[in-house]
Design a protein around this ligand. Structure first.
Ligand SMILES: [Mn+2]
Length: 424
């Protein structure tokens, strides 16, 4: 199904006057809101093709019905999101879960929804049916050269699919590592992985980037071969200028200072992409901003300040993507909440008076520095986010429009209550 602009406009009407009052209020309180609205209009977050179905845990899965049954329906779902919030204008595909049988057709379909193809994701953390060799003991780190070769070739395949769709980046997340002390020679595992990444890197098209994602643990519980930002930076530095580190918010040990990591990676020109989610204990993959919104704001502060310091384009120079999936919400409603949380944190970070903050720091005025940050964080910027959507033809309140338009009910009717999205 598609949501028509005129239906969205109609459903917006009820809330318009209250919205205008809220917008007026924040415009009176803060300078520069017009520029913030424009930046919000431009900011696009890629939606991963695997977040459109109900996630699961190793204990169970409770699908809610109407899940997309194929790649075409996944694009349709992202099209629905984008029609509502005008900020989900990109899709991140996972291979082999989403191999397009007719790439030109898929590309046209995406264009018809206003979507482009962001980073392609390879998968060497599972064995696929019919796959000759197993990744049980790793992929690029594997002791057997033939397994490493298979993993390299898979990544080259993924690049090939991406080229056909107009993507310009590859994200490599390796689950490689070890579960028990003594299992792995860390140095050999690193060297083998580096050699594999070098071969993949050598096949990148001229305009492509490769993102090396790190993760502290899981599914391996003793060591991970790309375990933290230091190890990722080591790989990407050795690989060359087209290689970047990718930060996934859920892939750190508890209480890691992610904003500091982001700041230093940006300083080195090595931050490439971002996976948004939220967590309380581990890689919980919960809705963005649902657990630690202040941390998200502090990260955005470093992103905005660091990107400005290098004159980077906020929208296009980093890969922004949601990477979340869980068991209890409607996946589309969850994604609407996640994009909203991202835009709120971004808007709050844009409110910060960076010059005043820097001056407070130089004078060691710790109290004033905290005041400047918290004044922005405690400001309700939702009217700015809503206004940016309104100007782009989206919904004032995407979640309410999603419900009022009975989108899920219609999808269940179309696709059935037992449909299961591929890959999960
Ligand atoms: Mn991720």
């Amino acid at each position: 199904m598609r949501l028509e602009r005129k239906n969205i406009d109609q459903l917006n009407e009820d809330g318009l006057s209250a919205h205008r009052n809220r917008l007026q209020f924040i415009q009176n309180e803060w300078a520069g809101t017009e520029d913030i609205i424009k930046r919000l209009e431009q900011f696009q977050v890629a939606i991963p093709s695997w977040a459109l179905g109900t996630g699961g845990t190793r204990f169970g899965r409770f699908p809610g019905g109407g899940e997309p049954r194929n790649l075409e329906e996944k694009l349709e779902d992202i099209g629905l999101l984008h029609a509502l919030n005008r900020s989900g204008g990109a899709v991140s595909l996972h291979i082999p879960w989403d191999i397009p049988s007719d790439p030109a057709k898929i590309r046209d379909l995406a264009t018809s929804f206003g979507l482009r193809f962001d980073a392609m994701n390879s998968n060497t953390f599972q064995d696929q049916p019919g796959q000759p060799l197993s990744y049980k003991f790793g992929s690029l780190q594997h002791t057997d050269k033939a397994v490493r070769k298979q993993a390299i070739e898979h990544n080259l395949d993924v690049i090939g699919h991406g080229v056909e769709l107009g993507s310009e980046s590859l994200t490599v997340w390796l689950s490689d590592g070890s579960c028990f002390p003594g299992q792995l020679n860390f140095r050999k595992a690193f060297q083998r992985t580096l050699e594999g990444l070098q071969e993949i890197y050598a096949h990148l098209p001229e305009n492509w980037k490769v993102f090396v994602e790190y993760k502290a643990y899981e599914p391996n519980f003793y060591s991970t071969t790309v375990g933290d930002w230091g190890q990722s930076l080591l790989y990407t530095s050795k690989l060359g200028p087209k290689a970047f580190t990718l930060v996934d918010l859920g892939h750190h040990l508890a209480n890691a200072n992610i904003e500091q990591i982001v700041s230093l990676l940006l300083m080195e020109g090595k931050l490439g992409g971002f996976h948004f989610n939220d967590s309380k204990y581990g890689d919980d993959d919960l809705t963005v901003g649902s657990i630690k919104p202040y941390q998200l704001f502090l990260i955005f502060n470093e992103l905005v300040e660091g990107m400005n310091a290098r004159s980077m384009d906020h929208n296009r120079d980093l890969g922004w993507m949601i990477d979340a999936s869980h068991n209890v919400k409607d996946p589309l409603e969850d994604l609407l909440q996640s994009v909203e949380a991202i835009l709120i944190s971004y808007a709050q970070a844009l409110l910060i008076d960076q010059r005043a903050l820097e001056s407070a720091r130089e004078q060691n005025d710790v109290v004033q520095a905290q005041e400047i940050l918290q004044r922005a964080f405690r400001t309700d910027v939702r009217a700015l986010v809503a206004e940016s959507r309104l100007r782009s033809g989206g919904a004032l309140d995407p979640l309410q429009v999603f419900r009022k338009a009975r989108v899920r009910e219609k999808l269940v009717k179309e696709r059935g209550s037992k449909s299961v999205a591929t890959g999960l």
